[in-house]
Design a protein around this ligand. Structure first.
Ligand SMILES: [Fe+2]
Length: 304
């Protein structure tokens, strides 16, 4: 098969054997056209290899108007490789689908969803595991009439723009990633874990990761820390780490590094956790979650 040639400018398309790809922003993200993901078994291995390569280069792949169910969603994800472990997210799985993480603001039995404000801090998925998730796939079923967006930041270009001095300082460092770190908001307000859940998340208490990650497919370096999980570098105190971390977090959220996705039902966004991070700005009327026009319902699968 011919290698996928990315179009040079938004609006132009590059023809490939089984799909077309076009950029959705200058440096981050490409939309894939011409594939029916409901029949992912009919998509060639070469096309999957080409999509995987493009994912590393562009950080995000977008598929529109797919309308997948859980089985089709998982079947498509598995064509890229084995699924990641589920720990904390398994409590939010739809019945019968432990590998899917439900993200919603829809109340259940009158109770608010603990995932209504998921992704309220910038992060990449599962960096607190020894072997973090390589990529994640989020499928939109319902999105608010206005807002409900997800933002993505391009950590390769953030790293590229650092001065040589700061790059040299960061290069040898490692950082400790944990959902229970002092900066993390993710566990606040959530029900305490049951004994069974505690056992399952034993390996999720935290992990040391390089601060600069070389992407195994593209060879490019990216900044690999995130506000949700990192409050200190290895061997540094939280206080000593804070000024540099805050500088980097602020830099990485600059609009020039970001792409903001406005969801439509049927969208699938597939992102590479090794070179991007994401954030949900909660940009809709949170005081009126019961209004049908504010409902948000998404399902995530995750690749090991
Ligand atoms: Fe996430």
């Amino acid at each position: 098969m011919e290698a996928v040639k990315e179009a040079q400018a938004p609006g132009t398309r590059a023809k490939t054997q089984q799909f077309e790809a076009r950029p959705i922003s200058w440096r981050l993200g490409s939309e894939i056209l011409g594939l029916d993901l409901k029949r992912s078994d009919e998509i060639s291995d070469d096309s999957f290899r080409a999509m995987w390569k493009l994912l590393g280069e562009r950080g995000i792949l977008l598929f529109r108007k797919q309308g997948l169910n859980h089985d089709q969603h998982l079947a498509f994800t598995r064509r890229f490789g084995p699924l990641a472990v589920t720990g904390l997210t398994s409590r939010y799985a739809p019945e019968g689908y432990p590998d899917i993480f439900t993200v919603t603001n829809i109340k259940k039995n009158g109770e608010r969803s603990e995932t209504e404000n998921a992704a309220q801090q910038w992060h990449s998925d599962q960096t607190f595991l020894q072997v973090p998730a390589r990529a994640s796939m989020l499928r939109c079923e319902l999105t608010p009439q206005f807002g409900g967006d997800t933002m993505f930041a391009d950590l390769t270009h953030v790293y590229d723009d650092l001065s040589d001095g700061l790059k040299a300082t960061l290069e040898p460092l490692r950082a400790f990633h944990s959902l229970f770190c002092t900066r993390s908001k993710v566990m606040k307000g959530r029900k305490t874990l049951s004994e069974d859940e505690l056992k399952r998340v034993e390996g999720e208490q935290g992990a040391m990761q390089p601060v600069v990650l070389r992407h195994p497919d593209t060879g490019r370096k990216a900044l690999y820390i995130n506000e949700q999980c990192v409050d200190h570098f290895e061997g540094w105190s939280i206080e000593d780490s804070r000024p540099i971390l805050e500088y980097l977090y602020k830099l990485a959220e600059h609009p020039k590094y970001t792409y903001r996705h406005r969801w439509q039902p049927g969208d699938i966004v597939f992102w590479d956790n090794r070179c991007t991070q994401h954030y949900a700005p909660l940009d809709y009327d949170f005081a009126a979650l019961d209004q049908p026009q504010n409902r948000r319902l998404m399902f995530r699968s995750t690749l090991a």
